[in-house]
Design a protein around this ligand. Structure first.
Ligand SMILES: O=C(O)COP(=O)(O)O
Ligand SMILES: [Mg+2]
Length: 229
């Protein structure tokens, strides 16, 4: 007798910044604490928000460009290290988007396997997840330091899907980087419109959109009903 094939779990993978948590105020503050300490002009909240998506290293490159510093690698490494010392504390000004916890709890009761795929480094990711009680939902996580590749390379997303024991997954994110990652991974993508996206919706790859987290469980059940049909 052959063993029955394990059913592919309904897997859903989430982005973090701009999707589950609104971390822009703390990222803005940490960037400005570096600039203040260096005697440099500070950046606006809108600038900081627009620099989020490709991880802390790219954020610091964009900050350096914005204040007229060059792109010297040693200077970049020094400022990035300073930024991380400011950012790695408890997320004092970060909020979970409304409805996130209820939506994740609902997906859990629906039997979804859930994972996280973020360009945020591992240490602040773990601190934020624990701080907001979100860590219990995720059976697999890829952060900026899990693999050599980062989003929009599809490798971290594939890594999380595999770690969940799934062949496919719905990816949920807020930004251009997430849309490109899902597209390159060949996975469906649910775009949260409340995050840090700058590009018009019509120009971005997406399978679903939602403006409020209480809409997501219904999208997920529709999606998997269609996939299983
Ligand atoms: O920290 C960033 O720049 C991006 O993080 P995210 O991948 O969770 O959106
Ligand atoms: Mg994001």
């Amino acid at each position: 007798m052959t063993a029955p094939m394990a059913a592919d779990p309904k897997a859903v993978v989430f982005d973090l910044d701009g999707t589950l948590i609104d971390s822009a105020p703390d990222l803005h503050l940490a960037a400005n604490l570096v600039l203040r300490d260096e005697g440099l002009p500070e950046i606006s909240f809108e600038q900081a928000r627009s620099f989020i998506g490709k991880g802390a290293g790219v954020l610091i490159s964009r900050v350096m460009e914005a204040v007229g510093l060059g792109d010297d690698p040693e200077e970049h490494a020094r400022l990035l290290a300073k930024f991380m010392t400011h950012y790695e504390g408890e997320p004092a000004n970060t909020l979970v988007y409304p409805g996130v916890v209820d939506a994740l709890a609902r997906l859990e009761t629906m039997g979804c396997a859930m994972g996280l795929c973020t360009n945020k480094p591992g240490a602040p990711t773990r601190i934020a997840l624990e701080h907001f009680g979100l860590d219990r939902f995720f059976a697999a996580t890829a952060t900026a330091d899990t693999l050599p590749q980062r989003k929009p390379d599809p490798a971290p997303l594939h890594h999380v899907v595999r770690a969940l024991g799934a062949g496919s997954a719905l990816y949920v994110g807020d930004s251009e980087v997430d849309a490109e990652t899902a597209q390159r991974a060949g996975l469906p993508f649910a775009l949260y419109t409340g995050g840090y996206r700058k590009t018009p919706l019509a120009e971005l790859y997406h399978s679903y959109t939602f403006d409020h987290w209480d809409e997501l469980p219904e999208i997920v059940s529709r999606h998997f009903a269609r996939v299983e049909a």
